[in-house]
Design a protein around this ligand. Structure first.
Ligand SMILES: *[C@@H]1O[C@H](CO)[C@@H](O)[C@H](O)[C@H]1NC(C)=O
Length: 290
């Protein structure tokens, strides 16, 4: 192979590499574009903004908000809100409200249901919530082609705390606070009506368990469970504490000492008076004779 040939080859190879680089570059750009536009042109999405499950205090208002997002070529042609029971063999869906057309004139099917539709947000409001309003709520967005995109959310009644109980786990020196009912329970512990200190025990992160460090376990342990609607408590009663016993013994001893002291004082007074009286009697005849 002559010198110029070699050089031509090198140049050719160089051009090939350049083409490959450009192709790679294009690939990357397309990939990047796809990444930046994850939904492309067709992507209707709807999600409910409330934290789930939604708990509602009876008599108050239930407000659900949903956010709608869609691609530049899509249009929302209808929004509906429906509800069905959370359990049951054949749950039936009822329509609560629908917002059809371009102007989204929403209409509720009941007097206490109000729906609002804005550019990218729809709000459902039910006033005077009752237990029957609980269930699975579905908001469905229909696009201009008739494709439906739903989002769901569970709604339950906010229940007050009741049926609190405390049980002891002897093998692990712990007290467990169980509560059968109640929404969002917050736990706190008391020993002899005073907040728990390190010398008595430590409380688990969720608050339901008290690991007792004091030995022996004694006195009254109270678990208090509370939420927005009030609180309920239960008490575990262990053997009476030693210090309590010592305290009463000391009090009794004090009382006896006081009695003894009082008795002695009374005796001394009595004795002194009798002595004086005798002396007076002894002096009397003398006085008379003078
Ligand atoms: C006591 O607590 C331990 C640790 O949490 C647990 O494994 C055990 O089952 C408990 N015992 C009883 C009787 O509840």
């Amino acid at each position: 192979m002559t010198g110029p040939d070699k050089q031509r080859r090198k140049v050719q190879r160089g051009e090939e590499a350049g083409v490959m680089d450009r192709q790679n570059f294009l690939c990357w750009r397309v990939a990047l574009l796809l990444l930046l536009m994850p939904c492309g042109l067709q992507c209707m999405s709807v999600h409910i903004l409330n934290e789930q499950p939604v708990h509602v205090i009876p008599g108050s208002s239930l407000v659900l908000k949903a956010r709608i997002e869609h691609g530049p070529l899509e249009e929302v042609s209808m929004v509906t809100w429906e509800r069905e029971p959370e359990t049951g063999l054949a749950p039936t869906r009822v329509t609560l409200a629908s917002c059809p057309g371009k102007g989204f004139k929403c209409a509720g099917t009941r007097p206490n249901v109000h729906v609002n539709m804005q550019q990218q947000e729809t709000t459902l409001e039910i006033n005077g919530y009752s237990r029957a309003d609980g269930g699975v709520y579905t908001v469905t967005v229909t696009d201009h082609k008739g494709a439906k995109t739903p989002a769901q959310c569970i709604v339950r009644e906010y229940e007050e705390v009741h049926h609190v109980s405390v049980s002891i786990n002897v093998s692990h020196s712990s007290l467990v606070c169980g509560e059968a009912w109640g929404t969002d329970p917050r736990f706190s512990w008391l020993h002899e009506r005073v907040a728990i200190t390190k010398t008595i025990g430590t409380i688990s992160k969720d608050g339901t368990t008290l690991f007792v460090t004091m030995t022996p376990i004694c006195g009254h342990f109270t678990c208090m469970v509370s939420n927005k609607l009030g609180h309920s408590s239960a008490t575990y009663t262990a053997a009476p504490c030693e210090t309590e016993g010592r305290g009463t013994t000391a009090a009794v001893a004090c009382f006896i000492l006081l009695l003894l002291f009082g008795g002695m004082l009374a005796f001394l007074l009595w004795w002194k008076r009798r002595h004086n009286y005798r002396r007076e009697r002894l002096h009397e005849p003398l006085d008379a004779s003078i």
